[in-house]
Ligand binder design. Structure first.
Ligand code: SF4
Length: 104
């Protein structure tokens, strides 16, 4: 089993998730974060922290998001660890609204 970040994070990168990870499994990409499957212990603490519902247990991944398992694994190899919250990306609030989570 693994936990994966999906496309809802793109252009948001709110990073509430990274602050609750007990093992520093998150990696910082240019426009989103990823989870390194070799580090993640599948605790699921990060899943409810995402304001745009971008994080899934792989068993709950919709069919059209299955590619994100490999994308997280691959991009985690080249992206640095992130453990502290960042300022969200400039378009984050617009994107949250567009995704339907603006009122949360
Ligand atoms: Fe970290 Fe737990 Fe999320 Fe894995 S599931 S990335 S260990 S908070």
């Amino acid at each position: 089993m693994t936990i994966v970040v999906t496309d809802n994070c793109t252009e948001c990168r709110f990073t509430e998730c990274v602050t609750v990870c007990p093992v520093a499994a998150f990696r910082q990409g240019d426009d989103m974060v990823y989870i390194d499957p070799n580090v993640c212990i599948d605790c699921a603490a990060c899943i409810p922290k995402c304001p745009v519902h971008a994080i899934f247990d792989e068993f709950d991944l919709p069919e059209d998001k299955q590619d994100w398992i490999q994308i997280n694994a691959k991009n985690s190899e080249s992206c640095p660890p992130i453990t502290e919250k960042l300022v969200p990306l400039p378009n984050a609030e617009n994107r949250r609204t567009m995704l339907g989570y603006g009122g949360e």
